[in-house]
Design a protein around this ligand. Structure first.
Ligand code: KIV
Ligand code: NA
Length: 266
């Protein structure tokens, strides 16, 4: 069976079907989500926090994204794999964006790329799309701007901010984006953006009226340590389960219970 494409994504909005997206950073985890039928996997620059041990997404490099995107593509057969352009690999302008996105398409084999920004990134979206690279845009809370935001505050509150968010979403749609991530915006505003766009919105902390929903997989699975944003739902307590398995292994090594006869060659 062939991979999901951006045309399937457009058709889903026409049918009014909601769809899920998860992040993935390695081949094995990606294969689990692919087998579970998740149609779109994002190799998010959240890999900075969730996979590579950085404090934010800001230090993530294009080389890291290319390497992990290639792994996710290798681990899947059906999902549309979207590679996230890291901070500093597209802000200089459309030509830099095309050079960076081309690496993700050619070296990693992704079917689309994602970048942050509305009006400010519209020229980049336009050149990528006209060059044959599908683009998912990302507006609202854009974590690569953490230093400018001074944290991760909810976006689009107040009339002026709401109007700007609507303009940002429209700008990237008009530039050719096939979908728009809305992060940390009030549900009512996300619903209005969703109604006003012909392309699907992908919500994260943006209420239930978006066309699609995305979560960072380590948050969704309860693997992430520490306090999580309000919008996360944990569907598993993976950190506890995996830690328990590691402790059980350690105990059995110390007591000599492992390896036992079934695990032993003679
Ligand atoms: O990097 C990421 O995981 C993302 C999603 C949260 C949309 O950009
Ligand atoms: Na991201």
């Amino acid at each position: 069976s062939r991979r999901i494409t951006v045309r399937d994504i457009a058709a889903a909005k026409e049918r009014g079907e909601k769809w899920p997206m998860l992040t993935a950073y390695d081949a094995m985890t990606a294969s689990v989500f692919d087998e579970a039928g998740i149609p779109v996997l994002l190799v998010g620059d959240s890999m900075g926090n969730c996979h590579l041990g950085y404090e934010s997404t800001v230090p993530v490099t294009l080389d890291e994204t290319v390497m992990l995107s290639a792994a996710v593509v290798r681990g899947t057969t059906r999902a549309l794999v979207v590679g996230d352009l890291p901070f500093g690999t597209y802000q200089e302008g459309p030509v830099q964006a095309l050079r960076s996105a081309t690496r993700l398409v050619k070296e990693a084999g992704v079917g689309a790329v994602k970048l942050e920004g509305g009006e400010r990134s519209a020229d980049q979206v336009e050149l990528l799309v006209s060059s044959g690279i599908p683009v998912m845009a990302h507006v609202g809370l854009t974590p690569q701007s953490v230093n400018a935001f001074g944290g991760y505050p909810v976006q689009g509150r107040g009339e002026e901010a709401a109007q700007q968010l609507l303009r940002d979403a429209k700008a990237v749609q008009d530039a050719g984006a096939f979908a728009v991530v809305l992060e940390a915006v009030p549900a009512e505003l996300a619903a209005e953006v969703t109604r006003s766009l012909a392309v699907p919105t992908v919500g994260i902390g943006a209420g239930s009226d978006c066309d699609a929903q995305v979560l960072v997989w380590t948050d969704m699975a309860g693997m992430t340590a520490g306090r999580l944003p309000k919008f996360v739902k944990q569907y598993l307590q993976m950190r506890e389960l995996l830690g328990g398995a590691a402790k059980a292994f350690a105990d059995e090594v110390v007591t000599g219970a492992f390896p036992a006869e079934p695990h032993t060659f003679h």
